[in-house]
Design a protein around this ligand. Sequence first.
Ligand SMILES: NC(=O)c1ccc[n+]([C@@H]2O[C@H](COP(=O)([O-])OP(=O)(O)OC[C@H]3O[C@@H](n4cnc5c(N)ncnc54)[C@H](O)[C@@H]3O)[C@@H](O)[C@H]2O)c1
Length: 339
Amino acid sequence: MRKIFVTGGAGFIGSAFVRQVLEEQPDVEIVDYDALTYAGNLENLAGLDPARHSFIKGDICDRPAVLEAMPEGCDAVFNFAAESHVDRSIHSADEFLRTNIIGTQVLLDAARAKGVRRFVQVSTDEVMGSLPEDDSAFFTEASPHKPNSPYAASKAAAEFVVRAARETFGVDAVITRCGNNYGPRQFPEKLIPLMIANAMNDEPLPVYGDGQNVRDWIFVDDHCRAIWLAYEKGRSGEAYNIGARNERRNLEVVRSILAALGKPESLIRYVDDRLGHDRRYAIDPIKAETELGWRPQVTWEEGLAATIDWYRENQAWVEHIRNGEYREYYRQMYGAALG
Ligand SMILES: NC(=O)c1ccc[n+]([C@@H]2O[C@H](COP(=O)([O-])OP(=O)(O)OC[C@H]3O[C@@H](n4cnc5c(N)ncnc54)[C@H](O)[C@@H]3O)[C@@H](O)[C@H]2O)c1
């Protein structure tokens, strides 16, 4: 059996990755390490085979705890653990710098100490900043780092500490940079689950600014498959941009959700724009397609329908979150604007 160490595996993408690996890679055992912050949720890991998946609650910045949890000679570390929400980073950046940068360094040091073969850093297209609305401009692996939010700056810095570990110590590392993910189990502070949850409850849908910002959406399972292929086939020291060539304006996304749920567009409320709101992200995934043999398998229409169905069928999951710390966060973010 191959052992892998997954951090942030109780979050949205990490838990989808853990499920997919257990299903598709019968020779792999997973140690899943997660601090269970507000975004981590053990309900995301319900029903997994305990013989091949063990969960350890811990902080990636806690060096002794990481060293104890990471199995000797495990084949790979997949670093999903992060503070991941741009709005929260604008409110307070400290935790973003701590987890996303220091935590990555601690994991790299531990991976070296434990003889881990490969380190996979799960990064984001946001490290490359914002694009003009000109259709011909895309993020490529040659695009410069130009992060615009504290979140993006912390993820860019994390890429640099990964690079430094490779250059200085020869750590075998690959980086994946993906666009906006959507799918089941995404925390309802992010655009798509927020809009689905509010629409299901006939509550106003807060849309930033003019709603014309463009994001490049990918179904979470397609992202996870790309991460696995980067681990198996990626060249050490390389970054791979992951995107499904699926650019959508925020307003179009919101309208599609309302239409699918049979709810009126009168629920839309325009609220003050996010500070420094990036206008457009768009990824050229040609390197991942050619070098990794990766292709997205889920269309936007299929993925959005599956996501909406999941939230419809799992309203208890959403309610547990909406009744917790999230209630106060939501009041702070949108309370005044929505009355
Ligand atoms: N969501 C997206 O659209 C997207 C796109 C590209 C890249 N990414 C990256 O993918 C990764 C996962 O994103 P997500 O959307 O699943 O995030 P998420 O917020 O849903 O999950 C993050 C997980 O990390 C855990 N965590 C946070 N701080 C920790 C710490 N100090 N120690 C251990 N665990 C900690 C949380 O408990 C949570 O389970 C992140 O690195 C993010 O930057 C996300």
